[in-house]
Structures are given as C-alpha cells and as structure tokens.
Design a protein around this ligand. Structure first.
Ligand code: FVH
Length: 285
C-alpha cells in the first residue's frame, strides 16, 4: 500500500499536487481554508487542518504565503509527522517554520517547486528539497509522484535559496524578452514571427555561455574576454537611448547598464560578464 498523504491547500498548485498523489495511488486527504475547492478530486476531505494532518504520516503544505503556513499549523500536535512545506518562502522564513514544526514534534522538509501546475507529475518538473535528511529519504519515493526530487542539504533554508535563485533568473530573462517585444511593437512588428525566428534562437544561443561563466566563477578567468565589459558598457547607452526614443520605459534595462558602468569604473573593463557576479554582492552578502 502506498503511503497515505495529506495536502493542505487546494489552490492551483495544491490541487495539482493532490491530483498527482491520487494518480500514483496514494490514499490522499485534503483540506482547504475555503471548503468546496476542487470538487473533482477523488480525495478524502477533512473539515479542519488538524483532522487532515491526523490522517497521514506525510503532510504536504502548499499555501499562498509563508506566514499562513505557521498560522495554519499553530496549536496542532504534529508528533511523528513529516511536514513538507512547498509554499514559496525565503530561506529565513523556511528556517523559522522548521523550528516551529520541529518544536511541535514533526520532522521538517522545505521545498521549492520548479514547475507550474500543469507540469506536476510530468518529466520536466523538479522540486528542490532541504531539511531533515532521514525524513526526506523516507519519503523520496512518495514525493517522486509530484516531480523529480532534488535534495540540496540539511539546512531547511537551502531549498528556498535555490528556488529563489532560479526564479530570479527567470524574471530577469522574461524582463529582457518583454522589453524586446515592447521595442519591436513600437514599429508594429508582429510578436510571433519575431519570437520564433529571432528572440528564441538568440536567447538560446546566449544561454549557451552560462557554463563558461560558471566555470570562470569557480576556477578564475581563462584567456582574454571575447566581449569585454568596456565594450559592452559603451554599447549599452544605445540600448537605453533607443528605448527612450521609441517610447519604451527603460526601467528593466537600466540596472544592468549601471552594473556595467560600475564594473568598468572598478577596473574590470577587460573582464568578461562573469566579473559582474561579484559586484552584485553587497559587503554583508
Ligand atoms: N502556481 C504556480 O505557477 C506556482 C508554481 C511554483 C510554486 N508556486 C507557489 O505555490 C504556492 C501555492 O500557489 P497556488 O498557485 O496554489 O496559489 P493559489 O491558487 O492562489 O492558492 C492559494 C492557496 O492558499 C490558501 N490560503 C491563502 N491564504 C490562506 C490563509 N490565510 N490560511 C489558509 N490558507 C490560505 C488558499 O486558500 P483559499 O483562499 O482557497 O481559502 C489556497 O488554497 C505559493 O506559495 C506559490 O508561490 C505556485
């Protein structure tokens, strides 16, 4: 028999998680603050979070924001449970929730979902986990019903750090793409062919340089920069200038221009893009 699981939260993501557990044959109990959500799920319905938690050794929590996780679990006896919290959190929030959950008798594993609801249970989805290693290993196979599990360490804050790093990269990428689409839109260039023929191939080619940047960060520079920062800083003025001339807000472009100028002023004009990473770290970071 498959491990019974409880899912707290039946928003878009919680519903997808419950559906994946059900499809994998797990006896599944669900609870949602507002009753009646996702009536199509063939799961046991609990009237309270406490009743839902009592039903299963493995409890997956997926609510909107972190503080609601703590208020939902407040006062409930969690003895012997494994709490897997897949709610978006900061590393510090995850550590605080881990302390509270541990004090209430459970083992805590935090998670960061790298998927949208439609991807859950499919091959491209993965989830970062961190926290009590024994609890994760005990439920690794159960959690595999949701997405490929990627355990990143015992510190409960690590999964959130990995998650937020990838989300930051995604928003930066979409920010650039959105700016490009706004720019070509000023001359009524249709978005679809531009995206298919130029934007996607260009971004894909540029993403190919990420392993070289990572290698330089880990092992130091190797050879002369093909596209040095002084050249890039000089050309960057044309990006912001064109944006303003075409009536597109340069708000998404400006931070990178500022960072390039800072790098050149700090003597990194001959360096490659990897040199920018160190400049992003504040003294306390
Ligand atoms: N959907 C996505 O694409 C992303 C993918 C990556 C992971 N995120 C994170 O997953 C968390 C849940 O997201 P969601 O998409 O399920 O969000 P909603 O559909 O808006 O559902 C929110 C649920 O949270 C419940 N809730 C809200 N406030 C409270 C509260 N004070 N006490 C108890 N439950 C609460 C809400 O319940 P209700 O409004 O129906 O009563 C929903 O069940 C999130 O961290 C994403 O960042 C999703």
């Amino acid at each position: 028999m498959k491990t019974p699981v409880t899912v707290l939260g039946l928003g878009a993501m919680g519903t997808a998680l419950a559906r994946a557990f059900l499809a994998a044959g797990h006896p599944t109990t669900v609870w949602n603050r507002t009753p009646g959500r996702s009536p199509e799920l063939d799961a046991a319905r609990a009237a309270t979070a406490g009743e839902a938690i009592a039903a299963s050794p493995l409890v997956v929590v997926c609510l909107l924001v972190d503080d609601t996780v703590r208020s939902t679990l407040e006062g409930i006896d969690l003895t012997g449970k494994t709490i897997v919290n897949l709610t978006n959190s900061t590393p510090d929030q995850a550590r605080t929730t881990a302390e509270r959950v541990t004090a209430a008798g459970a083992q805590y594993v935090d998670g960061g979902i790298m998927a949208v609801p439609a991807m859950i249970g499919g091959p491209a989805a993965f989830i970062f986990y961190s926290g009590v290693p024994e609890a994760f290993e005990k439920h690794r196979a159960d959690l595999s019903a949701l997405a490929r599990p990627e355990y990143v360490g015992a510190d409960p804050g690590l999964a959130a750090l990995y998650d937020i790093a990838l989300l930051s990269a995604m928003y930066g990428m979409f920010g650039g793409a959105h700016h490009a689409l706004a720019l070509i839109g000023t001359e009524n260039v249709p978005a679809e062919p531009f995206t298919e023929r130029f934007l996607l191939p260009w971004l894909t080619a540029m993403l190919g340089s990420l392993p070289r940047i990572a290698d330089e960060l880990d092992n130091g520079p190797s050879g002369t920069a093909g596209s040095n920062l002084a050249m890039q800083a000089a050309a960057y003025d044309n990006l912001t200038g064109t944006s303003i001339a075409q009536g597109v807000d340069p708000m998404l472009l400006e931070p990178m221009g500022g960072l390039l100028r800072k790098a050149v002023a700090a003597g990194h004009g001959d360096a490659d893009l990897a040199a920018l990473v160190g400049l992003l770290r504040t003294p306390a970071g």
